[in-house]
Ligand binder design. Structure first.
Ligand code: AMP
Length: 427
């Protein structure tokens, strides 16, 4: 066989190595215990969906659809998309599986990979994992507040500090058109100052100018009209009550009049959680909002809903930067089985299995041969006892138990070794 060129991973996609798995497991456990206590149930949807689902739900002018979506054509001629976000698939699953007849609100969460063909950089990947939390079927302010509260508490339970909720209301279909008109009038007079993208946004989706990261556009945004001044009475009261709930729950927040978020489906409350020292948009830990029109737009009956999504990779980056310690996966081993030679190696597997059955945490290394290297490993793992199983012991039906601290050894009959270890571990 000729030596071939090594195949590399796809740009922007990364492996999650064994040493990082502990973060994933730790975060997942925290999510499960918090969300399940608050009545959320986990759901998983396929990686592939009809591309049309996202075009209809997320909006053609959003970055996700206009630039970042991965699509593919099947042999049968369907156009499918790798899921770039979780809300549209979740709404599809809710409608398709008749979950609309369940008692409402339906509270769901998703932990799955998302795919976006964005420019890769620190904290921005083309495949990344999201936790997505959604409450469907309740339009009350308490739901927005509960979701924001849970996001805040989740970060707190992970040991993160110094982050804040940024919040705004973008109104609804009744009051937003007047705001959009005012924004258009405002930016029309400043269009020369806008970047090329924002010149297009001015025609297609003027709200998106508000979260442009270009310095000149940011400058132009500074004096622009604010949605709060355009909210109708119902939207204004909704927003006021959400803030009162947050005050009561002691969740700190910053009113950010220019927070709009990139997707078309949001109504009323939108929010993000951002570290206090964030210098770039890649630092945003999570974001979400209310989407009272989406389910109707996707073919269901009028059903209010609200939710948010958090990126696992960003959270892990923040945890590492804050030196947050995460427990190692799996309990610490108590014994190490050292095996020497062919016959012991063959018999070592059933012997090792007898410790698993007895609930005694053990480690072994069937590939290694020298007693020195195996004892070194046992030492590194910090086990209390090494069991030495060589040619003589295999022949005699015995095993040597060695106390690691003192080096004292004793030979024990094979059939009694599990009980002997149990006795010594108790002592
Ligand atoms: P979004 O769906 O864009 O509102 O993103 C919600 C959260 O997902 C963000 O706050 C990030 O934590 C995470 N996220 C979004 N895009 C990426 C990406 N390309 N790479 C890694 N994490 C991401």
């Amino acid at each position: 066989m000729t030596k071939g060129k090594q195949v590399q991973s796809v740009r922007g996609m990364h492996d999650i190595l064994p040493e990082d798995q502990k973060y994933w497991r730790y975060i997942q456990k925290k999510i499960e215990s918090l969300l399940e206590f608050y009545g959320f149930e986990r759901i998983s949807t396929p990686v592939l969906e009809q591309a049309e689902l996202f075009q209809r739900a997320v909006g053609e002018t959003s970055d996700i659809i206009s630039k970042e979506i991965y699509t593919l054509k099947t042999k049968g001629g369907d156009t499918l998309a790798l899921r770039p976000e979780a809300t549209a698939p979740l709404v599809r699953a809710y409608l398709e599986n008749g979950m609309n007849v369940r008692p409402h609100p339906v509270k769901l969460y998703v932990i799955d990979p998302m795919f976006r063909h964005d420019e890769p950089q620190a904290g921005r990947y083309r495949q990344f994992y999201q936790l997505d939390v959604e409450t469907i079927g309740d339009g009350s302010e308490a739901v927005d507040a509960e979701l924001i509260f849970l996001a805040y508490k989740l970060l707190e339970s992970l040991g993160l500090e110094n982050y804040c909720v940024h919040i705004n209301s973008i109104g609804d279909q009744n009051c937003r058109p007047a705001y959009i008109k005012a924004l258009k009038d405002y930016f029309k007079h400043r269009s020369k100052k806008l970047c090329a993208n924002c010149k297009i946004r001015l025609k297609e989706n003027v709200l998106r100018i508000l979260d442009c990261k270009e310095a000149d556009c940011k400058e132009a945004v500074k004096e622009s009209p604010q949605m709060v001044d355009f909210l109708d009475e119902q939207c204004r009261l909704h927003f006021k009550h959400v803030l009162e709930f947050l005050d009561e729950a002691k969740v700190p927040y910053i009113l950010n009049p220019y927070l709009v978020r990139g997707l078309d489906y949001y109504t009323r409350t939108v929010f993000e959680i951002i570290p206090d020292d964030a210098e770039s948009s890649q630092a945003t830990l999570l974001g979400g909002g209310r989407y009272d029109k989406l389910i109707e737009q996707m073919g269901g009956v009028k059903t209010p809903a609200c939710g948010w999504a958090m990126g696992f990779e960003r959270i892990i980056m923040a945890m590492k930067a804050a030196n947050i310690n995460v427990p190692e996966i799996g309990p610490k081993p108590k014994i190490f089985l050292v095996q020497l030679g062919e016959a012991p190696k063959r018999k070592a597997l059933p012997l090792f299995e007898s410790f698993r059955k007895a609930g005694i945490e053990a480690k072994t290394s069937l590939g290694r041969d020298s007693i020195k290297s195996q004892l070194r490993m046992a030492h590194r793992l910090g086990v209390r006892f090494a069991l030495i199983f060589g040619q003589k012991e295999a022949l005699d039906g015995t095993v040597i138990i060695r106390e690691m601290d003192t080096g004292i050894q004793e030979t024990i009959p094979l059939e009694k070794i599990v009980d002997e270890v149990k006795k010594r571990l108790k002592a």
